[in-house]
Design a protein around this ligand. Structure first.
Ligand code: GAL
Length: 447
């Protein structure tokens, strides 16, 4: 028995895997589901690598029982998945689709039957297309649309779901979706980005308050992407650039929620956010979450850049640094999770931290029916060692969820990057537990 096992992290530590509806479910138009911005984005030419789409994805919609059985087989006690807004409300607002409710009831009930705790993300990027046509996150009405959708989730699933995450990675879906245009809905520019930021923050808090009101016993969080950031050199220009990048990547969404406001002092263009303020917004940007979900994959090296608007900072690509990289071209750098835990532990307002995503994509090959993904196994183990180090030094960290259970649809990268503990043949939907999956199962075994 490997001495490095779950008991080192304490009996209350939460172990799990994370997934998202659009990336696994498929069933894109099944049983009355409406169209989401990701259905529309993937249908457009040139938006997703190799023209991949997620109409079937991992077919979790039909195969959820078999995949939940695999969770059980791997000794994974907590399963994070998201709800698709357009299954519940095909038109974004208005009539509830009972077939969508019934589907998530089946998933939740089957988890419970198998002794697996469901952790539900309300919004993991698949906005109803019809709401995007009315401005999406740039339209302040979304606070009401989102709160209504959250209410319906709470009312239907709150009797069995205890753990909730209101949103997944606001900085990614606002930045990639409304500033760079490389994710759905593909909008660009500061003009879209700023109102989206503010309405996301207000919606996140309004949704969290709704959950608290309807489900007083629920444990409510939200998840935030974060990368450890270092300056390219110790020149003052590079240090200042790294500081600005950190404000944008790591602080933009968490600080207003904690009552610290937007990091306007570090990124002056954010002053433009104030234009979207209405009376009372300052208070309505703050919520006392039961836990903060942190999602970390790598570190970034940052240098001063004259030509990059608003932040004058750019990333020095890992490919050019001669370091080991994943299929996403992200540096393999396990200490990042240690530094991130130190950084977020410095906020006294944060009660609990759970790593709600961490993992790696590497090219996998099948040999004699097996996938020996040694690099992924090492990545997870090395990250856990770093997490444990932070914990032993007194950092608050109460859980760890691997991204992800099965290989799935990796947004604009399509099916090429494989992140799963379980291999998926997307032609046949056959699953093979990878060596990393067996490793995790063994690590999680009761000793
Ligand atoms: C996160 C996201 C996930 C997954 C992962 C790997 O940003 O929440 O949906 O795609 O990254 O890239």
């Amino acid at each position: 028995m490997d001495k490095f096992n779950k008991s080192l992290f304490g009996a209350d530590f939460k172990w799990g895997v994370s997934t998202a509806a659009f990336q696994i479910e498929g069933g894109h138009d099944a049983d009355g589901k409406g169209e989401s911005i990701w259905d529309a984005f993937t249908a457009k030419k040139g938006k997703v690598l190799n023209g991949h789409h997620a109409k079937t994805a991992c077919d979790f919609y039909n195969n959820y029982e078999a995949d939940i059985d695999l969770l059980k087989q791997l000794n994974i006690p907590n399963f994070r998945f998201s709800i698709s807004w357009t299954r519940i409300l095909p038109a974004g607002t208005g009539d509830v689709n009972q077939a969508g409710i019934a589907y998530y009831n089946r998933v939740i009930d089957y988890c419970i039957k198998q002794g697996i705790e469901p952790w539900v993300t309300i919004y993991h990027w698949d906005l109803p297309k019809i709401l995007e046509e009315r401005g999406g996150w740039t339209n302040r009405d979304i606070i009401e649309w989102f709160t209504n959708y959250t209410r319906i989730c709470a009312e239907h699933f709150g009797d069995r779901v205890k753990y909730w995450m209101v949103m997944n990675e606001p900085s990614v879906f606002s930045g990639a979706g409304y500033f760079f245009g490389i994710h759905a809905p593909g909008r660009t520019g500061i003009r879209n980005f700023l109102p989206a930021i503010h309405h996301i923050v207000l919606s996140m808090v309004a949704g969290a308050k709704k959950l608290r009101e309807l489900l007083p016993g629920a444990i409510i969080g939200s998840t935030f992407s974060c990368s450890h950031i270092e300056p390219y050199s110790d020149s003052s220009r590079n240090i200042a650039a790294a500081h600005r990048a950190d404000a944008l990547v790591n602080r933009l969404f968490i600080e207003p929620i904690l009552g610290l406001g937007y990091p306007i002092g570090d990124i002056p263009v954010l002053k433009g956010l104030e234009k979207f303020y209405k009376p009372g917004d300052e208070q309505n940007m703050v919520f006392d979450f039961d836990f903060i979900g942190l999602q970390n994959y790598t570190r970034e090296i940052v240098k001063y850049s004259f030509f990059t608007p608003y932040v004058n900072a750019s990333l020095v690509k890992a490919e050019k640094r001669g370091v080991e990289i994943t299929a996403m071209k992200w540096e393999v750098y396990p200490p990042a999770i240690y530094y991130i835990l130190k950084k977020f532990n410095a906020y006294p307002q944060i009660k609990k931290i759970i790593i709600t995503e961490n993992g790696a994509a590497f090219p996998d090959t099948i040999m004699d029916g097996a996938v020996n993904d040694q690099k992924r196994t090492e990545y997870i183990r090395d990250n856990l060692e770093q997490l444990l180090k932070a914990k032993q030094e007194g950092c608050r960290v109460d859980g760890y969820f691997v991204w992800t259970l099965t290989d799935n649809f990796e947004w604009a990268e399509g099916y090429h990057p494989r992140f799963g503990l379980i291999y998926v043949d997307f032609e046949t939907q056959k699953r093979i537990i990878k060596a990393s999956g067996h490793w995790y199962a063994n690590f999680l075994k009761d000793v």
